[in-house]
Design a binder for this molecule. Structure first.
Ligand code: SAM
Length: 292
């Protein structure tokens, strides 16, 4: 079978540099032209946009980002890929390749240093599966100056992020991401669009970051703690789950009254609460802890 130019190029680069791929780093390279175009389209780039790409791999997506964006900063953990990427983009001064772990490097400082002249910033990435949630949560919780995040992630994780209350996919990730951003599904991506082929399908989603969180809460850390507690033991009623997480299994009655007071049935399960109800709950808990 004839290979597409992008598959051929990826294979050639690997052979030229005598590289074997590291599955432990989620190295499944995207080799489907149409999916690359969909990602670029969804990113809504122009020459005033600075893009942070996490995990550029062999540079297939980086190349297209470089064609559209004002500046590209690509952070790659695998030191073997750094010289290849730097060589590939040696004639494109608006592309900077940095060696580092996206979970550890100072992203705010890197964005300022390498994308500083852009008017707005986006993240566009085909994320390594093994760190999808921590990377996404880092990008959101640190309140980096981002406009959009367009990421390819495992399909099940995309479904979890987009899930609504009362479904089995709905969880703390759905609530947390929606707190910071409006999320939309861009497209599903079958596993045969990658080399080597992963064991799962993928999807591209877009996050448009909100200027203000979706609900305003008195204590954000407590809000996230309450969300995590509500989903930690999905079979427990809300009053029981909160009592276990916050009060060592005590004060169930008081919690029941507090929930009733804010219009939430204490017998409900956490997984049925909307974002707005979680906001109300966190504020009430904050007041309860304050007046203890
Ligand atoms: N962007 C390329 C593409 O679309 O073909 C490669 C995507 S591949 C799914 C994920 C890439 O992320 C790999 O190149 C891997 O080495 C890199 N990576 C894995 N963990 C990383 C981390 N913590 N920080 C930065 N890059 C990472």
């Amino acid at each position: 079978m004839k290979q597409s130019p992008i598959v051929a190029r990826t294979r050639q680069l690997l052979a030229d540099h005598n590289l074997s791929l590291k599955k432990s780093l989620g190295q499944h390279f995207l080799v489907d032209q149409r999916v690359l175009e969909r990602i670029i389209e969804a990113a809504e780039l122009d020459s005033s946009t600075g893009v942070l790409e996490i995990g550029p791999g062999m540079g297939a997506l980086t190349e297209r980002l470089a064609d559209r964006a004002g500046a590209v900063l690509a952070v790659e953990i695998d030191d073997r890929l750094i010289p290849i990427l730097r060589e590939l983009f040696s004639d494109r001064p608006h592309v900077t390749v940095v060696h580092g772990d996206a979970l550890k490097v100072d992203l705010r400082e890197l964005i300022k240093r390498h994308l500083g002249s852009a008017r707005r910033f986006s993240v566009v990435a085909n994320l390594p599966y093994y760190v999808t949630s921590p990377i996404l949560m880092r990008l959101l919780e640190e309140r980096l100056p981002l406009d959009r995040i367009v990421v390819m992630i495992q399909k099940e994780v995309a479904e979890r992020i987009l899930a609504g209350p009362g479904t089995k996919e709905y969880g703390s990730l759905s609530v947390a991401v929606r707190y910071f951003a409006e999320v939309s599904w861009i497209c599903g991506v079958p596993r045969n669009c990658f080399v080597p082929r992963p064991q799962v399908d993928s999807a591209v989603i877009r996050l448009r970051l909100r200027r203000e969180p979706a609900v305003s809460v008195r204590n954000e850390a407590l809000f996230f703690r309450a969300v995590r507690a509500a989903f930690a033991q999905r079979r427990k009623t809300l009053a029981n789950a909160l009592s276990a997480a916050f009060f060592g299994g005590k004060r169930k009655e008081e919690l029941g009254n507090l929930l009733t007071d804010i219009g939430i049935d204490p017998g409900r399960r956490g997984e049925t609460l909307t974002l707005e109800e979680f906001g109300r709950l966190a504020d009430a808990l904050d007041r309860m802890i304050e007046t203890r």
